[in-house]
Design a protein around this ligand. Structure first.
Ligand code: BTN
Length: 280
């Protein structure tokens, strides 16, 4: 377990009361499950979903004993320093659009980080948020569906907020926190409120048929679009230029020779990163 109590500020804990005070009518503050120590907020939210919990339920913790990342990886976060939360959706669309919720969460995180810190957060397909070339947040989308459609989708986010990563040589090379990039601690309550506000707005727009505008926003804030990259698509490596994402969140790529295709699941490594300035 990673501990870092120095940044554990009681008054900045993302509790149900603190969130409801800021957003009394939000879809995401009607059922807030704040549990200081949990295995995984995603697993907890999935259990709630199986027991019939309504859309909008929010699970938050200060510390996970079994935090999960994509592709069976672990997600580490010191107690009380960061944001660890999962949101339950019951979207009225078919399974092929499930990753549009990852897309909504990414643009919501980018908006909120930019507003709260002035940092130029960028999206790395499929599920990461980067600041200054280093991973700052990860999203894990899990769902259950059958022939009738989607039963539930749980979108979990781990966002490094006030974790001081300096001096942790292995981690510092590839990951960062908002505090380390902005140069000051960031209020977790204010940040989470902003993320959820943005998420609710985008979700309503998606359901109202405005998915195209959100997709354009995703493309605008992407760090892979227009770049030459190595794409690992379920073990098959391709060198290609990332062109954008489609409405379902799949990455559109163009290989040397002009062949285009879409990648639903995989990882991208930009070959010659050209990063814009750190600040908006
Ligand atoms: C990744 O980058 O691979 C995704 C990381 C997702 C981590 C978050 S932390 C909150 C939620 N609960 C989990 O167990 N995982 C997600």
């Amino acid at each position: 377990m990673v501990r870092q109590t120095a940044y554990m500020q009681q008054e900045d804990s993302p509790t149900p009361a603190a969130l409801r005070e800021r957003m009394p009518r939000s879809l995401f503050t009607q059922a807030v499950h704040y549990i200081p120590v949990l295995g995984s907020t995603n697993s907890y939210a999935k259990e709630l979903a199986k027991r019939g919990e309504a859309e909008g339920a929010l699970v938050i913790t200060e510390e996970q004993t079994g935090g999960k990342g994509r592709l069976g990886r672990q997600w580490h976060s010191p107690s009380g320093a960061n944001l660890l939360f999962s949101v339950l959706f019951r979207p009225p669309f078919s399974i092929d659009r499930v990753f549009s919720l990852t897309m909504l969460t990414s643009v919501s995180l980018v908006d909120a980080i930019r507003e709260a810190t002035g940092l130029r957060a960028l999206i790395k397909w499929p599920n990461d948020i980067y600041c200054n070339g280093k991973k700052t947040a990860g999203i894990l989308t899990e769902f259950s569906a059958d022939s009738r459609g989607i039963e539930y989708v749980v979108v979990g986010t781990g966002l490094n907020v006030n974790w001081d990563m300096r001096g942790r040589s292995e981690l510092e090379r590839i990951a960062t926190s908002l505090m380390n990039e902005a140069g000051h601690p960031v209020s977790r309550v204010a940040l989470l409120s902003r993320v959820l506000e943005a998420l609710e707005g985008y979700y309503k727009r998606l359901l109202g048929g405005e998915g195209e505008a959100i997709r354009e926003r995703w493309n605008r804030h992407s760090m892979v679009i227009g770049q030459e990259a190595l794409i690992d698509s379920q073990g098959e490596m391709k060198r290609a230029t990332a062109m954008g994402i489609d409405r379902n969140g799949a990455l559109l790529i163009e290989e040397d020779g002009g062949k285009t295709s879409s990648v639903i699941c995989g990882d991208v490594q930009v070959l010659f990163p050209s990063l814009p300035g750190n600040r908006v």
